[in-house]
Design a protein around this ligand. Structure first.
Ligand code: KG4
Ligand code: ZN
Length: 336
């Protein structure tokens, strides 16, 4: 059973799966009425990665002020909201517990239903924020810190996983290589900036080319580490550019293969690494070659945010799903 959504409905989306406290108010058509992200980058920078216990505590401090800020910015009262959507997984368990408990508390207090949303479905929906972009059937490349996968969408919400990484995600590889190069956290944007001025002169491996649609990035990460140990004076911008070139070759080859295997009208590229200008450009060139359109979320909706969770929550409401927000770190992209 699907419910017709109220065009003027307002969903409060809350995202706390990792190190950003994201909150937004979103209409069913993807219009973002207001949004804010309380970033923990400075907190984790000194550890070179996310420190889970500190992330949970920072969410506790940030969540209610961020909700209050978004409602104030949009000049809304809780009674104006239709429902609340909150990330229930996958992610760091402590961070998920803070988000889901807070959302349940707010829902009980304000008399609103609360939907537990799969973070990965949130990323999928990020490509339809601000305006509708995705046409079906679609092929999705999700490249984030926690995941690297390909999924086919036969229609809205009809997700089939067709490939995923066997070890590290591409975002994880970016973060670890950034650390080896002495760059800060998060590594993705820092690698992008450095690689821009470098020459891809190191022939790093293109791992897992023989696997049909699956990925593997741990070998590439180790190859960078070995190269740096043996060639400490090699220009770091060239190492970064060579690493990015290897990642792009693998991502593009797998997307090309996926588009050949499954009928798709567009390629959707989402997740934090979709904020990379090099990834955006390479995806654009592939789409031109393959004759499909490219659907990218605006930059601000590529990394974790509350708006994508809010938009995904409308799908739960429309389907009448009973999604009490129980945290679950093991959700796959096909789960609700
Ligand atoms: O989707 P996301 O915000 O969080 C997860 O769900 O994991 O993705 C975070 C990942 C990190 O690995 C980060 O280094 C990477 O996305 N990232 C980028 C860029 N911005 C964030 N990677 C490449 N270029 C960027 N501009
Ligand atoms: Zn994410």
């Amino acid at each position: 059973m699907t419910t017709v959504l109220p065009a003027d409905g307002l969903m409060l989306g809350i995202e706390t799966s990792c190190d950003d406290t994201g909150v937004a108010v979103v209409r069913p058509d993807g219009e973002v009425v207001a949004a804010a992200v309380a970033s923990q980058v400075e907190l984790h920078d000194r550890y070179g990665g996310v420190y889970p216990e500190m992330a949970s505590r920072a969410h506790v401090d940030a969540i209610l002020p961020t909700v209050r800020k978004v409602l104030t910015d949009a000049d809304l009262r809780p009674a104006d909201l239709t429902a609340i959507g909150v990330t229930r997984g996958p992610g760091l368990i402590g961070s998920l517990v803070v988000g889901t408990n807070s959302a349940v508390g707010l829902g009980d207090g304000w008399g609103l239903p609360v939907y537990g949303v799969n973070h990965l479905r949130g990323h999928l929906r990020s490509a339809d924020l601000d305006e509708r972009r995705v046409t079906y059937p679609a092929m999705v490349l999700l490249v984030s810190g926690g995941h690297t996968l390909l999924a086919h969408l036969a229609g809205p919400g009809e997700v089939e996983l067709v490939g995923s990484t066997r070890d590290d995600s591409v975002g994880e590889a970016y973060d670890k290589v950034a650390r080896m190069l002495g760059l800060g956290y998060p590594g993705g944007p820092a690698i992008d900036r450095l690689a821009k001025d470098g020459a891809a002169d190191v022939p790093f491996p293109r791992p897992a080319m023989d696997l049909e649609l699956d990925f593997s990035f741990s070998g590439l990460k180790s190859a960078v580490s070995r190269f740096l140990a043996a060639n400490p004076d090699h220009p770091h911008e060239n190492v970064a550019a060579s690493f990015v070139a290897a990642c792009l070759d693998v991502l593009v080859a797998k997307c090309r293969r996926a588009l050949e295997r499954r009928p798709s009208r567009c390629l959707v590229v989402v997740g934090g690494v979709a904020a990379s200008p090099q990834v955006r450009e390479a995806a654009g060139a592939l789409c031109e070659e393959a004759g499909v359109s490219l659907c990218l979320p605006p930059l601000r909706w590529s990394t974790d945010n509350g708006a994508m969770i809010g938009l995904a929550a409308w799908d739960y409401l429309a389907r009448g799903l009973d999604a009490r927000p129980r945290p679950d770190t093991s959700l796959t992209i096909a789960d609700w």
